[in-house]
Design a protein around this ligand. Structure first.
Ligand code: MN
Length: 153
């Protein structure tokens, strides 16, 4: 599958969380460990700027995969609100909040129940693949009742 990548230069905003010429794609090709989430690639990286900037939109009640990996995420809320698991903490997310997900930190993003959330996410273009929790990892995570109540797997 070829990924659409915007041409260099201006990306024209054509509505909330939409840019002309940028395809709205599935978050991941397959899986049941996420729900109601789409992905857009806003910047695919340059030789002298080897990062990707993605825009994820999560519909009300939806969530991203519970995962961790070596690469860092830098995330900014552009629209709406929700919550995120960052390590062992569940944090509220409001418009223009910024969250950094350090290496090997468990994370999951949730939209609110009645409103969605749109987030910008910056990652290294060359990065490792995410890992999902093992049974042992899950046992550790749910030791916190707040986390146990929050996570979706
Ligand atoms: Mn991640």
């Amino acid at each position: 599958m070829t990924e659409s990548e915007p041409a260099s230069g201006r990306l024209e905003s054509v509505g909330v969380g939409r840019w002309r010429g940028v395809d709205v794609m599935p978050y991941k090709p397959t899986g049941t460990h996420f729900q109601a989430i789409s992905r857009q690639l806003l910047f695919g990286g340059d030789r002298d700027l080897p990062i990707e900037i993605r825009y994820f939109e999560i519909e009300p009640g939806g969530y991203s995969t519970l995962e961790r990996h070596e690469h860092t995420h830098w995330v900014m809320v552009l629209e709406g609100s929700g919550r995120a698991l960052v390590g062992t903490e569940v944090v509220p997310l409001h418009m223009h909040d910024i969250v950094r997900i350090p290496a090997w930190t468990w994370h999951q993003f949730h939209a609110g129940e009645s409103h969605g959330i749109g987030i910008l996410c910056v990652v290294a273009a060359d990065r490792d693949r995410p890992s999902r929790p093992t049974k042992e990892d899950l046992a550790e995570l749910i030791a916190s009742s707040e986390v146990a109540e929050f996570i979706r797997v």
